[in-house]
Design a protein around this ligand. Structure first.
Ligand code: NAD
Length: 503
């Protein structure tokens, strides 16, 4: 990686690269070794105002650009992402810590989403319906809303911005984007490529800085009617409250406490692969990570020993090294939080099977590495089975039946993803119907969503919206119903009823 170092980056407002008005900065660091990735502007309310003003001005022109033309820009953007995929993946492995294959997957999601939303430029379907009156035409159309505030986490630093920004853009909105402070360089690269693809000045603006001053500033700004944010439950609650006075549209994608169910008839080879991938992929830092494994007692002992043996073979290391299985956690705070849950699990009486420690051998102490951790004999009500840990820790919970498995799976406040391994079609359909989550996988882990289906969760995982697929457009558009009367006279709906001859 040639570009790492102490280069100072800027905000992007109205097509210009500008410093924060305060002149203050913060650093982005490599979670695997503490190296500085770059220095970024620490923005404040004045920068938020500037960016919103730029987006508001650009909206008046952008909303009138024909949607197929907006879509063509997204196609070019997708192509640029494709061209830059390996560089972006390499940068991601340095700035965020993901292993290269997963970093490439993150970029690929953005490519797929950009092509998908580019195609929406020629759809954005509304409805036409008959009218109850003669010589009258009815239709509904999607309208853009205005300036969209986009606030993203660090764990999918290219994919998540694409889930929010591409549907918002194709629908005709303009953007003020605040990337997470742990991944500002990836946020900046994302916007550079959008600009290179032909997004006009002011249509997408990026301002760096923390959730307090910049994030909250965007949420409260009176000229930002829509806010879309992915983050923790606590942040979601704060955002919803802050947006209430202005009755904003708020789209929340929040935490998860996802479960894999393994029934007694499961193919254990596949189930173990699925659990390892879902629990320890991205070092467990996925909203869809499997932090609970609900196991039928008939296969509980075998699953435990095989899972532990596999987990202990996983190699920890920097994401950019080809043979790394598990990269670092994002920062020291995250490492401390994950480790504290090991103490909580022990104190609650769960049995630690493997892991449970900060890894410090072979130079790993320069970074934030945590060993894949598996607890057994976990009770469904324990904190390690209820709270989002967001690290490579999973909890094995024994059960005796499909009914109990579903009850335990549903017994948490979150409702993002779920999975069941079974060969029995009846059990699979029960699970599809009764697992209270936005996403359910059959004979796969809890991760692996595709961009053309809705993504999001029930209960405390969100507030009823979805990203991806057609559903994403609902966040970024308002429906307008249009009635065209070509009778040449005033017809009054519900009053001027017309007698029609029977056929
Ligand atoms: P976070 O909530 O700490 O931060 C998310 C973003 O919100 C950051 O950009 C942050 O600066 C900003 N922010 C923080 N406080 C704010 C405030 N008061 N007002 C406005 N903005 C504010 O989350 P994180 O640590 O970056 O990400 C991890 C969390 O995200 C986990 O809970 C995870 O489950 C969740 N997540 C959910 C999904 C999903 O689709 N459901 C996907 C990925 C991550």
């Amino acid at each position: 990686m040639a570009l790492l170092g102490t280069k100072t980056y800027k905000n992007f407002i109205a097509g210009e690269w500008v410093d924060a008005s305060s002149g203050e900065t913060f650093e982005s660091t490599n979670p695997a070794n503490g190296d500085t990735i770059g220095v970024f502007p620490k923005s404040s309310a004045a920068d938020v105002d500037r960016a919103v003003e730029a987006a508001k001005t650009a909206y008046e022109e952008w909303r009138l650009v024909p949607a197929p033309k907006r879509g063509e820009i997204l196609f070019r953007f997708a192509q640029l992402l494709q061209d830059q995929k390996s560089d972006l993946a390499d940068l991601m492995s340095h700035e965020m810590g993901k292993v290269l294959a997963e970093a490439g997957g993150d970029v690929q999601e953005a490519i797929d989403m950009s092509f998908y939303m580019g195609g929406e430029g020629r759809r954005l379907f509304g409805q036409t319906t008959p009218s109850e009156l003669r010589d009258k035409f009815n239709m509904s159309v999607r309208m853009p809303i205005g300036v969209v505030g986009v606030i993203t986490p660090w764990n999918f630093p290219i994919a998540i911005p694409s889930w929010k920004i591409t549907p918002a853009l194709v629908a005709g909105n303009t953007i003020v984007f605040k990337p997470a402070t742990d991944t500002p360089l990836l946020g900046e690269r994302f916007v550079e490529l959008l600009s290179e693809a032909g997004v006009p000045a002011g249509v997408v603006n990026v301002i760096h800085g923390g959730g307090g001053e910049v994030g909250d500033g965007i949420v409260r700004h009176p000229d930002v009617p829509v806010v879309t944010i992915t983050g923790s439950r606590e942040t979601g609650v704060a955002v919803l409250k802050a947006a209430a006075d202005n009755l904003k549209h708020v789209h929340l994608e929040l935490g998860g406490k996802n479960a894999v169910i393994v029934m007694d008839d499961a193919d254990l080879d596949v189930a173990i692969d699925g659990i390892l991938w879902s629990a320890f992929g991205t070092s467990g830092q996925r909203c869809t990570a499997a932090s609970r494994v609900i196991v039928h007692r008939a296969v509980y002992d075998e699953l435990q020993s095989r899972l532990v043996a596999q987990a202990e073979k996983m190699r920890l290391g920097p994401g950019w090294e080809e043979d790394t299985d598990v990269g670092p956690l994002i920062n020291r705070r995250a490492l401390d939080k994950v480790h504290s849950y090991t103490g909580i699990g022990r104190d609650e009486g769960a049995r630690l099977l493997t892991g449970g420690e900060i890894a410090s051998d072979n130079g790993l102490d320069d970074g934030n590495f945590y060993r894949p951790t598996i607890f057994a004999d976990v009770e469904p009500g324990m904190r390690i089975a209820q709270e989002e840990i967001f690290g490579p820790t999973t909890a094995l919970i024994p059960v005796d039946s499909i009914d109990q498995a579903i009850q335990v799976a549903n017994g948490v406040r979150y409702g993002l993803s779920s999975s069941i391994f079974t060969q029995d079609v009846n059990r699979a359909f029960r699970a599809m119907r009764d697992l209270d989550t936005g996403i359910t996988y059959i004979n796969a882990g809890t991760i692996g969503a595709e961009v053309h289906l809705p993504f999001g969760g029930t209960k405390d995982t969100g507030n009823g919206h979805r990203e991806a697929g057609q559903a994403a457009l609902d966040v970024f558009t308002e429906w307008k119903s249009i009635y065209v009367d070509y009778s040449g006279k005033l017809q009054r709906a519900q009053i001027d009823t017309i007698e029609h001859p029977s056929p």
